[in-house]
Design a protein around this ligand. Structure first.
Ligand SMILES: [Zn+2]
Length: 902
């Protein structure tokens, strides 16, 4: 007998074509109605809360008095909650964000009791990450449901054996790169296939005849799933009647008001022995290419930059510092504060939010959330640093009067080379704002002579440094036990080179005043005869503004690095679409000016300035086509004949000891409806390339499938994209620039720096003037090269990771303490491993690390934390009994460890 499972739900986009509170107030109405319905209709059994626990928080924020009612409904299993905190986009949120969504969602679900839905729920996610099967398995879920990423059938619902994309059924086996597998269920007829079910027998017959046929086409069993509800759709109040009608109309079918757990339990019993297998990430690569929605990675890039910054602040700065402080001092790890910060960040992670396919009000509110999360992250980091500061044994370093200690931290989990500007107070005068004249103190400090300084490390060796300037400024302390203390201080800014600093390590230095007339020896500078050079790379600046770089390790010359390309865009926040027959405009066709900005023994910086002329916008036709909501593929608007200046300033920086060229690009955008990309020529011929994805260096084919119609093939990355052949390779890194494209042959990598568009783009006309991104932008990129061995390639990946995490500085005092002046918290001898989390256990006080294998083979070496024993754990931070003394990782393995003190 056929069973039809009707699962009522509402797919809750928290913000989208309306701002958050507009959706929020509708949610209150929805839940209020639901409470009424559960009270009055005994046949109304279940409602699925869209897989995200935040819906409960959102409701109780407005109706706190209904907590008990909600709790009772959950206890009875009527409200179906969890497993995630929020329905986040998979590709634009960091690996840790994806893990924390599961961890925090699971924790919140548990706090409501045990009625958690056992489904990895990705109904609307814009493509699904390849590591989802492994991650779901780790949180105890063996089923995933999703609406996108894979097509179950070919065109016109036909299946053909040649279509390697096709799975015959909407049920499939989804296998991750590590071979973990889950049951995958595709919403083949979308997650609203059972919305608004008629109660009237005639209408109901017509409805079900069609719907049943559609569902049967892709179902592998007699268990059919219908989702009663759509995007923020109110509850269907007469569903029970509609189900009664259906049961009367079709005596040989059982229509059940069900839930996902019931459906899946039955489905698993009835599944055919063999169902098709799909592998890795599901990004609709076998479709016509118009619906991957990957271009959401390049709209409103400022939001993506904020996201990278705040993710790093929490994952790689606040948590590691709080962990170190908790292990080495009496610092109490601020579990609640960090969870609070994470929740603010994750509220920006739903697909309509971080994908920024929303109206301007949504983007504005996101900035506030990013700032809130970042503020808490900074508070936690400062609190931890303050504890560490008092405990560093700086007195162990021999020092004289007038010398000042300071400590540099690499809180990131990759080794890092680069310069850092430290602001060091050299004199401080406290004052009482009600009594003393701050102006007098300010002037006195300003008039005092500032000594020259040099920098020594804790082994008493001088290190490459340059004092930039001094400044007098107001500052204050907020002691834990006293009223605030104001002071005026004189600070100096000193730029120092940190060479190959180990992961999660620190080092103390001292500023040593020089005699007034002693000269700082300026040894050989890095730029000579127009070439910017260090021990690894030599950069020549071509006349057309591009770079020619020789990798001294391999002797290989990489020409034509960094040309800017401008094209029109008549698409929307979801999809980029170039106007027909229009040609790109290249920066290399305009005159440029090259100026040396910095040139000493440890850093060379060159500025390239080019003034391009580009159209002011698309012509008037675009507005008409937008207003009549003409499909972007059919639009005929062209770029305007009026032109404006588009000036791009590029700073090319190379530091001593660094294999990575830093690129900082600034521009003031006065033009609308266009896209700007940076192009890098690899000069190589390859079939595939590699990118930084979620807990995975993912291998992607350069070419598209034969069904692909979109002239573009945009892809996602977090920190790098790499193209290599057997001998050499190029790695382009970025900060918050999540969209790239590699051409069919692998010879060019393009990174999108700006996409200016004027409309949202889905189901109607929603203008988005804010998405034109007018005004000043600054974006960061990097170029690195490697040879044939894997280790040199992995090093370029670590350089990309490291570039996203700034150094942290403590302004020390001379004191006795327990913490050594040089140290590292973890010891990672292998480049094959990337650590993504260093934190304390959510509900405990053991150290947690999460690490994954960057390669497709077993890692050769593990890593250690001195004085601790690792135990196997999982994303939920459960500790298993098994010690894992040697943390070698299997191919593509994501491994969480609980570390207990020996
Ligand atoms: Zn959605």
């Amino acid at each position: 007998m056929k069973r039809v499972y009707i699962v009522p739900h509402s797919h809750w986009d928290r913000e989208w074509y309306m701002p958050f509170e507009q959706h929020h107030m509708r949610l209150i109405e929805l839940i209020d109605n639901l409470i009424k319905l559960f009270k009055t209709d005994p046949e109304y059994k279940y409602f699925h809360l869209d897989g995200q626990t935040i819906i409960l928080d959102d409701y109780l924020q407005v109706r706190p008095e209904n907590r008990e009612i909600i709790q009772n409904l959950i206890n009875q299993g009527k409200l179906q909650i969890g497993p995630f905190y929020i329905l986040q986009d998979a590709f634009l949120t960091s690996s840790e964000s994806n893990a924390r969504d599961m961890l925090i969602g699971h924790r919140d679900s548990k706090s409501w009791g045990k009625h958690m839905v056992h489904v990895g729920y990705f109904p609307d996610t814009f493509g699904n990450m390849g590591q989802a099967p492994q991650m779901l398995k780790q949180v105890g879920l063996d089923t995933a449901m999703f609406g996108r990423g894979v097509k179950p059938t070919g065109f016109s619902n036909s299946t053909s054996p040649e279509d390697n994309f096709s799975t015959e059924f909407s049920e499939m086996k989804w296998v991750g790169p590590d071979n973990s597998s889950v049951l995958g269920i595709l919403f083949a007829n979308w997650y609203d296939n059972g919305k608004e079910i008629p109660t009237d027998p005639i209408k109901a017959k017509a409805f079900w005849d069609k719907k049943l046929t559609d569902a049967e086409k892709s179902a592998s069993t007699d268990d059919l799933l219908f989702l009663n509800g759509s995007d923020h759709e109110p509850v269907q109040m007469d569903l029970s009647k509609a189900i009664r009608t259906a049961n009367e109309l079709y005596p040989d079918i059982e229509f059940i008001h069900g839930n996902y757990d019931m459906y899946i339990e039955q489905l698993k019993k009835d599944l055919p022995k063999k169902i098709d297998e799909i592998d890795g990430e599901l990004t609709s690569q076998e479709t016509n290419g118009w619906t991957t929605l990957a271009n959401t990675a390049s709209n409103r890039i400022y939001l993506k930059q904020w996201n990278t910054k705040v993710s790093k602040q929490l994952e790689n700065i606040a948590e590691p510092l709080a962990t170190i402080a908790s292990q080495k001092t009496d610092f109490e790890y601020p579990h609640d504060q960090l969870r609070y910060a994470w929740k603010w960040l994750m509220q920006n992670h739903p697909h309509d939010s971080i994908c920024a396919c929303s109206v301007d009000d949504v983007a504005d509110e996101m900035i506030t959330r990013f700032k809130k999360s970042n503020q808490v992250g900074k508070f936690v980091a400062d609190a931890a640093l303050n504890k560490i500061k008092g405990q560093l044994n700086t007195n162990k370093i021999p020092h004289n009067l007038g010398e000042i200690p300071f400590t540099v931290f690499n809180t990131g989990t990759s080794n890092k080379t680069g310069t850092v500007i430290a602001e060091i107070p050299i004199k401080k005068i406290k004052f009482n704002p009600n009594k003393d004249s701050s102006e007098k103190i300010y002037q006195a400090l300003k008039n005092e002579n500032t000594p020259k300084y040099t920098v020594y490390d804790d082994q008493n060796k001088t290190i490459p440094a340059e004092v930039l300037d001094s400044k007098v400024k107001f500052n204050f302390d907020l002691p834990k036990d006293k009223f605030r203390r104001a002071y005026i201080e004189k600070v100096i800014h000193v730029k120092i080179l940190m060479e190959n600093m180990k992961p999660v390590s620190w080092k103390t230095f001292k500023l040593v005043p020089l005699n007034i007339d002693s000269k700082v020896l300026q040894k050989n500078s890095m730029i000579h005869d127009g070439i910017l050079e260090n021990e690894f790379l030599a950069i020549k600046f071509s006349k057309n503004g591009t770079l020619s770089v020789t990798d001294k390790q391999t002797g290989h010359l990489f020409k034509d690095q960094l040309c800017y390309e401008d094209t029109g865009d008549l698409g929307n926040e979801y999809v980029y679409r170039a106007p027909k027959n229009s040609r790109p405009i290249f920066s290399s066709d305009f005159p440029n000016k090259i100026v040396i900005k910095e040139n000493n023994s440890f850093v060379g910086k060159v500025e390239i300035k080019v003034k391009m002329r580009i159209p002011v916008s698309m012509n008037k036709k675009l507005k008409e086509e937008q207003e009549e909501h003409l499909d972007y593929r059919l639009r005929t608007a062209q770029r305007s004949g009026r032109f404006t200046d588009f000036t791009i300033q590029t700073e090319v920086t190379l530091e001593k000891g660094s294999r990575r060229i830093g690129i900082r690009t600034s521009f003031d955008n006065n033009s609308m409806d266009h896209r700007v990309r940076a192009l890098f020529s690899t000069g190589l011929q390859t079939k595939e390339h590699y990118a930084d994805s979620i807990f995975e260096v993912v291998k992607r084919p350069n070419s598209v499938s034969d069904k692909w119609k979109n002239p573009e093939n945009p892809q996602h990355t977090h920190s790098f994209v790499n193209v290599h052949d057997k001998k050499v390779g190029v790695t382009i890194s970025n900060f918050g620039l999540n969209e790239y494209e590699v051409d069919n042959t692998g010879k060019q990598i393009a990174i999108t720096l700006l996409r200016s568009i004027g409309e949202m783009g889905d189901w109607g006309y929603f203008p988005t003037p804010g998405a034109q991104c007018l005004g000043q932008s600054v974006v960061d990129l990097g170029i690195a090269f490697h040879g044939s061995n894997e280790e040199s390639r992995l090093q370029t990946f670590h350089d990309a990771f490291a570039a996203q995490v700034p150094f942290t500085i403590i302004k020390d005092e001379w004191n006795d303490g327990k913490i050594e002046t040089s140290g590292c918290f973890v010891n990672v001898p292998s480049k094959e491993i990337k650590i993504t989390a260093i934190k304390l256990q959510e509900d405990g006080n053991n150290v947690i690390t999460r690490q994954y294998n960057l390669t497709n083979h077993e890692s050769h070496k593990g890593f250690v934390i001195g004085g601790y024993v690792p135990y196997k754990s999982n994303i939920l931070e459960k500790q298993f009994d098994r010690e894992t003394a040697n943390l070698k990782l299997q191919p593509y393995e994501i491994h969480t460890s609980v570390w207990r003190k020996k």
